[in-house]
Design a protein around this ligand. Structure first.
Ligand SMILES: Nc1nc2c(ncn2[C@@H]2O[C@H](COP(=O)(O)OP(=O)(O)OP(=O)(O)O)[C@@H](O)[C@H]2O)c(=O)[nH]1
Ligand SMILES: [Mg+2]
Length: 466
């Protein structure tokens, strides 16, 4: 995942101050030095870094202490807020036209991800906004480019408009527009050709297409792996075409993160979406505040919530939560939960969004195969055993039978028993948390308050424990 190094270093710097009851200006200076270096190393534009450190310092020193936060936590909160700010504060949505044709024009350098993102967007907007999309192939310089778009279109069952390689892009655009209007499409996504460098011929072609299409949205596709270069590219595209927003692609790769953290300020363009993989589902709206918490290792609770509600029947979920909280969690529930997680996608991807778990994962990789084993184990239990987990704790012959029936070892059964126990315990603890302390707009508040809430035991360090 992108930002890994930056994230590690920032968290280290933060750790110097969190939990501290008193902070001097010197403490803050030291921490900020570390923060500054981490950002520069992540290839963030130096001017952005300079302003960022200044703002954090002013704020951290000037702000009066909020009730319930120690000074260290206060600083982390400020860093989180400022990090959010440099990425744009709030999510900026696409310009979608109501009740008329929306048109999106994809532009960007060669290999940035235009064609892939065009298909992702078609899928995304059809699912989320119920739009009927038409993909238009305007990259006439390579026959393979048209085939690529057609292949992607087929995968998502979306029509592709193309006129081969002999018609000029602006003419194809004109015909596609007429075709879309005649055939009740409500979204056009135009995939244009990329170049290795920005040149006048390329820009002129894009301007001509723009004149014909009069797009609702010009989306600049930027490869996050290219770092600072990406930012200057964004600037030139914006100057020539008046771009509306950026899609940052390949954030799943090992990027340092500089582009994501500089584009908003340097090129004055909002990042609207992010590509997080080669699969066509791997497109997400970009939320600055969520990204900031992710970088600072506070998990991404909001994305998790979105994913959960998207993939799981809500009544199912609520019933499950109630059951879990009540402490009467049995193997039937466990299995059901397992299936929910499966439906939500990669276990690792989901787990990473939970605060604190990212660190844990590095040491102990979650094996997706284990899910299959667990399923096999539970399938070998009798109905009674599934309903009353205590039965297994008391009887070793039952445990042996289950191991044999599922082709696993007794110690796997024991592990499962332990897992269920742990989960029940954790759920009981969660039940004691005060939900009024959880503010979805400020993930920090919930994390910190959970720790201090416990009477006597909490040291006020206030970190989420898993
Ligand atoms: N890992 C990852 N790969 C991506 C992502 N987006 C695109 N790619 C890959 O990047 C490569 C280039 O993507 P294309 O969509 O062909 O890029 P393009 O901008 O259309 O390229 P040209 O048409 O040659 O200018 C492909 O191999 C894609 O699978 C992403 O978010 N993550
Ligand atoms: Mg392409």
């Amino acid at each position: 995942m992108a930002f890994e190094n930056l994230s590690d270093r920032l968290q280290m710097a933060m750790r110097r101050v969190t939990g501290r009851g008193r902070l001097t200006e010197k403490d803050i200076n030291e921490m900020m030095r570390e923060v500054r270096l981490s950002l520069l190393e992540a290839d963030v534009n130096f001017r952005v870094v300079k302003n960022f450190t200044k703002d954090v310092k002013d704020k951290a020193l000037g702000e009066h202490i909020l009730k319930g936060l120690n000074p260290g936590q206060q600083v982390v909160k400020v860093v989180n807020e400022e990090l959010t700010k440099i990425m744009g504060e709030k999510h900026v949505p696409l310009n979608l036209q109501k009740d008329q044709l929306t048109s999106i024009m994809m532009v960007g350098l060669q290999g940035a991800g235009k064609t892939t993102t065009a298909a992702k967007l078609a899928l995304h907007l059809r699912e989320k906004e119920a739009l009927k999309p038409l993909l238009v192939a305007l990259d006439i310089y390579r026959p393979a480019a048209i085939d690529q778009l057609k292949t992607l279109g087929k995968q998502i069952n979306c029509e592709v408009f193309e006129k081969g390689t002999d018609v000029k892009p602006e003419k194809i655009m004109k015909e596609a527009l007429a075709y879309a209007k005649e055939n009740d499409f409500d979204l056009i996504i135009a995939d244009t050709a990329g170049r290795l460098h920005i040149d006048d011929v390329m820009m002129q072609e894009l301007k001509d297409i723009k004149t014909v299409l009069d797009p609702s949205e010009i989306l600049l596709t930027v490869d996050a792996m290219t770092g600072q270069d990406a930012v200057s590219v964004a600037k030139s595209f914006h100057e020539s075409l008046d771009v509306d927003g950026v899609v940052l692609t390949k954030l799943d790769g090992d990027t340092r993160g500089g582009a994501a953290l500089s584009i908003r300020r340097v090129a004055d363009l909002p990042i609207k979406l992010m590509g997080t993989g080669e699969k066509l589902k791997a497109l997400e709206p970009f939320h600055p505040e969520r990204m900031a918490s992710r970088i600072l290792g506070m998990g991404d609770v909001m994305t998790l919530v979105d994913k959960v509600t998207e993939n799981v029947d809500e009544t199912d979920m609520m019933g499950m939560m109630e059951k879990m909280m009540s402490g009467n969690f049995n193997y039937n529930d466990y299995l059901k939960q397992l299936k929910m997680i499966k439906r939500m996608g990669s276990l690792k991807g989901i787990m990473k969004l939970i605060p604190g778990v990212n660190k844990l994962l590095k040491k102990q990789d979650i094996d997706e195969k284990q899910m299959v084993y667990i399923e096999a184990l539970i399938n070998s239990m009798t109905n009674k055993e599934r309903k009353y987990p205590q039965l297994l704790e008391k009887s070793s012959s039952r445990r042996r039978r289950i191991a044999k029936g599922s082709g696993r070892q007794v110690r796997d059964v024991n592990r499962l028993i332990e897992g269920l126990k742990q989960q029940t315990k954790m759920m009981k603890q969660m039940k004691n948390m005060d939900p009024s302390n959880i503010n979805p707009n400020d993930p920090l508040s919930s994390l910190q308050n959970t720790g201090t809430k416990k009477k006597g035991k909490g040291k006020g360090k206030g970190r989420f424990k898993f």
